[in-house]
Write a protein that binds this ligand. Structure first.
Ligand code: GH3
Ligand code: MG
Length: 318
C-alpha cells in the first residue's frame, strides 16, 4: 500500500506529451517575425508557446517563465543567439533550460560552436516541420525525465519534502556561505514524540500518513521565514535557518513545534502526549568559535535530546 502511494506521488513522465497534466513551455526566439510565426504554428499543439524577437527579450522571458525548451536563432542583430546562450548558462535560474539552436543550412562550424556553448541540438533553416517537431518532442521528453529524476533524487518519496541528500547539499552550501559572508546560520532538529507508540497502535500505514502530515505542517510553517525543511531520516526532520542567530532560531523553532501541535492529530493512548507533538533542538553557528558543521549538528542533537528529557513537545536552544 505504501509503495502504491509513493508511485502515484511521483510518476515517471508519460512518453506522449499530450498526456501530460502540465503542458510544456517553449520559448521561440528569432528576429524575423515570419520565422517565429512558422515555428509557433508548427509547435502549437505541444504546449504553451511564447516568443521573443530579440536576445535581450529572450533572456528576460527565460528568467521569468523558465520554459522547458528554448529555440534560439543564431543570427540576430544586437545580441546574437550565442551570446544569449552564454548568458543563460551563466545564470542560476536559466542554466538548466535546454537550448536548440536554429541555424542556416550548411554552417557546420556554427553548429559545432553552438553545441560547445551548451546547446543540446540544432535545427536548420529552411525548416522541415516534421523534423522540427521530432527534435522538439524528443528534447521535451528528455527534459521531463531529467526533471523527474532530479525530483526522485532530491525529494523524500513518502512525505514530499526534500530528502537527506538534498539537505546535506544545502547545509554544506549554507555553512560555506555563512562563513564567507560572516552571516549567522542556525539549524533545528525536529523529532516526533512517542512515534513508536503511534505505529504500534495505528499501524505502519497510518504512521506514514502521520509523518506526511507532520512534514507538511513543518514545511508550511517554515515557508513564513524561508526555512528549508527536510526529512532527515525516519521520524526526524531538520530545518536550515539561514541568516538566523540563536535568539531568532529559538523563536522559529517554537513556530515549527506549535505548527505540529496545531494539527491536533490524536496520538496513541499508550503515548505520553494525547496529540502528536515534536521536540526540537537548535544550534547556531558561533562565528567566534573555531567550529565545524559537525560541531553545530552535535549541539543541535544534544539539545534535541535535552528537550526529550525535559518532557518533550518543547524547544531547547543554544
Ligand atoms: P521519542 O519520543 O523518544 O522520540 O520516542 P519515539 O517512539 O518517537 O522514538 P523511537 O526512536 O523509539 O521510535 C521511532 C519510530 O519511528 C520507530 C520507527 O518504526 C518509526 N519510523 C521511522 N521511520 C518511519 C517511517 O517511514 N514510517 C513509519 N510509519 N514509521 C517510521
Ligand atoms: Mg521520536
Amino acid at each position: 500500500m505504501d509503495q502504491t502511494r509513493q508511485m502515484t506521488a511521483m510518476q515517471a513522465p508519460h512518453p506522449d506529451i499530450a498526456a501530460w497534466e502540465q503542458p510544456p513551455k517553449i520559448l521561440v526566439v528569432d528576429d524575423e517575425p515570419l520565422n517565429v510565426q512558422v515555428l509557433c504554428e508548427v509547435l502549437a499543439d505541444f504546449g504553451q508557446i511564447s516568443f521573443a524577437t530579440s536576445g535581450a527579450k529572450a533572456l528576460e522571458l527565460a528568467e521569468r517563465e523558465r520554459p522547458d525548451l528554448v529555440l534560439l536563432d543564431v543570427m540576430m542583430p544586437e545580441m546574437d543567439g550565442y551570446t544569449v546562450c552564454i548568458e543563460m548558462k551563466a545564470r542560476d535560474r536559466t542554466r538548466d533550460i535546454p537550448v536548440i539552436f536554429v541555424t542556416a543550412l550548411g554552417m557546420d562550424d556554427d553548429e559545432a560552436k553552438g553545441i560547445e556553448l551548451g546547446a543540446i541540438d540544432y535545427i536548420t533553416k529552411p525548416f522541415s516541420a516534421p523534423v522540427v517537431r521530432a527534435r522538439v518532442r524528443s528534447q521535451l521528453v528528455l527534459k521531463r525525465y531529467r526533471d523527474y529524476l532530479s525530483q526522485v533524487a532530491y525529494i523524500d518519496g513518502l512525505t514530499g519534502v526534500p530528502n537527506r541528500r538534498n539537505f546535506d547539499d544545502r547545509i554544506d552550501a549554507a555553512w560555506r556561505d555563512s562563513v564567507l559572508r560572516n552571516r549567522p546560520l542556525s539549524l533545528a532538529l525536529i523529532d516526533i514524540d512517542f512515534f513508536k507508540q503511534y505505529n504500534d497502535h495505528y499501524g505502519h500505514g497510518a504512521g506514514d500518513e502521520c509523518l506526511t502530515r507532520v512534514a507538511g505542517a513543518l514545511k508550511t510553517a517554515a515557508q513564513a521565514f524561508s526555512g528549508f525543511v527536510a526529512r532527515y531520516g525516519g521520524e526526524e526532520f531538520a530545518c536550515i535557518l539561514e541568516g538566523t542567530d540563536e535568539v531568532v532560531a529559538a523563536e522559529r523553532a517554537e513556530k515549527l513545534r506549535a505548527a505540529v501541535e496545531a494539527q491536533a492529530m490524536v496520538h496513541a493512548p499508550t503515548a505520553g502526549n494525547s496529540i502528536v507533538t515534536v521536540s526540537v533542538g537548535t544550534a547556531a553557528r558561533n562565528p567566534q568559535a573555531d567550529e565545524t558543521l559537525r560541531d553545530m549538528f552535535q549541539r543541535a542533537d544534544n539539545n534535541l535530546y535535552a528537550a526529550k528529557r525535559l518532557g518533550r513537545n518543547c524547544v531547547i536552544s543554544g
